[in-house]
Design a protein around this ligand. Structure first.
Ligand SMILES: [Zn+2]
Length: 399
């Protein structure tokens, strides 16, 4: 029975608008996946909701849709990956249009998620629709959409668990394109072929509390921390590698909370984050940083101690230039005339999880307004993105 509740939309602009109208701030589904399912099913996609729960985290809805050969077929499996959730609107009064109104104005589509990344999901859909209408469903392989509702949040109940579920049942992905808004200034000017890793370290430095007038009786942990900071930031960690910027280390907070003017505190806490390149793993980098701190601490003498707690949100990854990079860069060149830059800059994305299973690249809209007030995408860019994705499918499944 056809569903008569709403028409299936595959036009990239109209589908982006419909998706933007769903207020899917993480972890809310808000009808976004349902809408997408309605668009994909008539195209022949087998749609499967993969909703996950875990104690201490929000329940998350995810959608896996696949068309073409099943997992026992011999053909290649190309996956488009993305997220239907969006970040909060922030200061609503600063928006000049409703963040979920999906208004078209001056050649732009405005709204939360227009760039990051509902526009790309709509482009996956339109590109697949056009490809399938020309090639039919027996094109010798399969196309899937792996869409999570948990990318902007903790990313616990989304892509990681979806990939594991697919692997557990023997479903293999051969190549993946993530639709994050990787274009920098102009549509098509940048794709991401990898990302730096990210590790946050909490430092607790203990000394001996005491009266400031009797320095011989105390061991000031603030002074010790300042030596540690010097040791960590003075010399560069590395000079970068062929495809990556130098590793960066930034302190984000120092907390003492001491209100007294005549007491040196007994403990000080601080936190830093590192974005590290492919010269390191989180383990080797941590060992290196520990060594720097221990040397600095020893030079100070005294009885102070350092405790570390680390959280790794992703290792660095990198898809070497080769057939997949050439295919995507070539599609961008032929559709837009732009020679795209192969980059590994910026924050992390779910591509870090996908990279453990198959070659993965990221390409999408201009990211300049993502997470900001008045997020927008050029309408023309949405249409061009859909043509680039379609060209990628054509070439990937070239007869
Ligand atoms: Zn995103």
């Amino acid at each position: 029975m056809p569903d008569t509740l709403a028409p299936a939309i595959t036009d990239v602009v109209e589908l982006t608008r419909a998706l933007v109208r769903c207020e899917s701030v993480t972890p809310r589904e808000a009808g976004a996946l349902e809408l997408l399912e309605r668009a994909l099913k008539p195209l022949g996609f087998q749609c499967e909701r993969m909703d996950f729960t875990q104690a201490g985290t929000d329940d998350v809805a995810n959608l896996y849709a696949r068309v073409g050969q099943d997992k026992f077929g011999n053909g290649k499996h190309f996956c488009f990956a993305g997220h239907s959730d969006v970040v909060p609107v922030g200061d609503l009064s600063s928006w000049t249009i409703g963040p979920f109104s999906a208004e078209l104005s001056n050649g732009f589509l405005f709204g939360r998620g227009a760039a990051d990344m509902k526009g790309a999901i709509a482009a996956f859909t339109e590109a697949s629709a056009r490809f399938l209408s020309r090639r039919g469903r027996d094109f010798g392989g399969s196309i899937s959409l792996l869409i999570t509702g948990d990318e902007e949040g903790p990313a616990v109940n989304g892509t990681v668990k979806m990939l594991k579920k697919l692997a557990d049942r023997g479903e293999k992905i051969d190549a993946c394109l993530v639709g994050e808004p990787t274009s920098s200034k102009r549509f098509g000017d940048m794709i991401k072929i990898g990302r730096r890793g990210s590790m946050t370290v909490d430092l607790t430095v203990r000394g001996i509390q005491g009266h400031v007038g009797y320095p011989e009786r105390l061991d000031n942990p603030i002074h010790r921390l300042s030596a540690l900071i010097e040791a960590l930031v003075r010399a560069p960690i590395d000079a970068g590698s062929t495809h990556f910027q130098p590793t960066s280390l930034q302190f984000t907070t120092i907390d003492v909370g001491n209100k007294a003017t005549n007491i040196a505190p007994g403990v000080v806490k601080a936190r830093f984050n590192t974005r590290f390149n492919d010269l390191w793993t989180s383990k080797t980098l941590l060992a290196h940083l520990k060594e720097r701190m221990e040397r600095a601490s020893e030079a100070l003498g005294g009885n102070g101690t350092i405790e570390l707690a680390t959280e790794v949100s992703g290792e660095s990854f990198y898809t070497a230039p080769g057939p997949l990079v050439d295919l995507v860069a070539g599609a961008i060149r032929d559709v837009t005339g732009i020679e795209t830059e192969l980059s590994t800059t910026g924050g992390t994305s779910d591509a870090r999880f996908i990279s453990q299973y198959c070659p993965v690249l990221e390409f999408g809209l201009v990211g300049e307004t993502m997470h900001k007030v008045d997020e927008k995408s050029a309408i023309e860019d949405l249409r061009t993105l859909s043509r680039v994705y379609e060209t990628v499918l054509d070439r990937y499944f070239a007869a």
